[in-house]
Design a protein around this ligand. Structure first.
Ligand SMILES: Nc1ncnc2c1ncn2[C@@H]1O[C@H](COP(=O)(O)OP(=O)(O)OP(=O)(O)O)[C@@H](O)[C@H]1O
Length: 253
């Protein structure tokens, strides 16, 4: 089973943010995406997850083209993304944020409440149980009743991962999961991602912390100015002179 990105192009005005980007990975794999600021990494995630439409090219998951689907439908098809700046509801608690992220709630549809109140409350109980299990898995239970706005940077990233998990995805696109996170919580996030991957959930991870990312993923894609510059094992890719030149202007240690 494969995630396949073929010849994606995306321009903003006259500026080509993505220029013929293709990549492929096993849908249950772990792939890192690196590159200098403005390389097009987040734009690629936006196009893949259906938050933006591509000008050309396509994405398929398990051979199924996703291009005609919006973000919610792609999430139902198994692919969800997180954001560089977490998008939690600040005033809601951690538990409420997780429950609000569950897709396809009958209770959201007012008619459903009148037609099948029992189904609505059964569904709410199931979502609540799922939120508890997710908090337990991510070790967020101690802050279950804390408003998300009061969490540390790392806890917010864990909550962002938890909100993605509530959609029961097969593949998660993580945008900078370690940015602004202290080293202890970076270790915890890495550990949880590895545990989820062992259960068969695939990950694409955009990250500037090359040290942490290289420990997490077996394969990296390097992007530069909207194109894929190199692909391979972290050690080999980071030793590539073209990558060193493009990425941090040759200053990769
Ligand atoms: N909505 C938009 N409108 C106009 N230009 C955009 C838009 N989104 C991104 N860009 C531009 O496209 C380019 C790629 O941006 P993108 O955020 O994808 O890069 P990135 O590799 O994720 O960078 P960073 O590592 O800094 O997050 C940048 O020059 C950015 O200014």
């Amino acid at each position: 089973m494969t995630l396949s990105v073929r010849n994606i192009a995306k321009s903003f005005g006259g500026f080509r943010a993505l220029d013929d980007v293709s990549l492929e990975m096993p849908a249950d794999g772990l792939l890192g995406i690196i590159g200098p600021n403005g390389a097009g990494k987040s734009t690629l995630f936006s196009v893949m997850s259906g938050f933006m439409t591509a000008d050309a090219g396509g994405v398929s998951l398990h051979g199924r083209p996703l291009d005609r689907l919006g973000a919610a439908a792609r999430a139902r098809a198994g692919m969800v993304r997180t954001f560089q700046v977490p998008r939690e509801f600040h005033h809601l608690t951690v538990r409420e944020n997780l429950m609000a992220a569950a897709p396809g709630q009958i209770g959201e549809n007012l008619l459903g409440v009148f037609l099948s109140p029992r189904r609505v409350s059964a569904e709410e109980a199931a979502i609540r149980a799922e939120a508890e299990a997710t908090m337990d898995f991510l070790r967020l239970s101690p802050v279950a009743d804390t408003p998300a706005g009061r969490l540390s940077g790392g806890q917010k990233k864990l909550l962002e991962l938890g909100r993605a998990l509530m959609a029961k995805p097969r593949l998660i696109l993580l945008d900078e999961p370690f940015a602004g996170v202290n080293p202890v919580l970076i270790g915890q996030i890495m550990d949880r991602v590895a545990a989820l991957n062992a259960r068969g959930i695939g990950f694409l991870v955009i990250e500037h912390d090359l040290d942490a990312l290289s420990r997490l993923v077996p394969r990296l894609v390097v992007m530069d100015r909207g194109r894929v510059l190199a692909t391979g094992a972290p050690d080999a890719v980071l030793a590539d002179p073209a990558v060193r030149e493009a990425y941090l202007g040759g200053a990769v240690a």
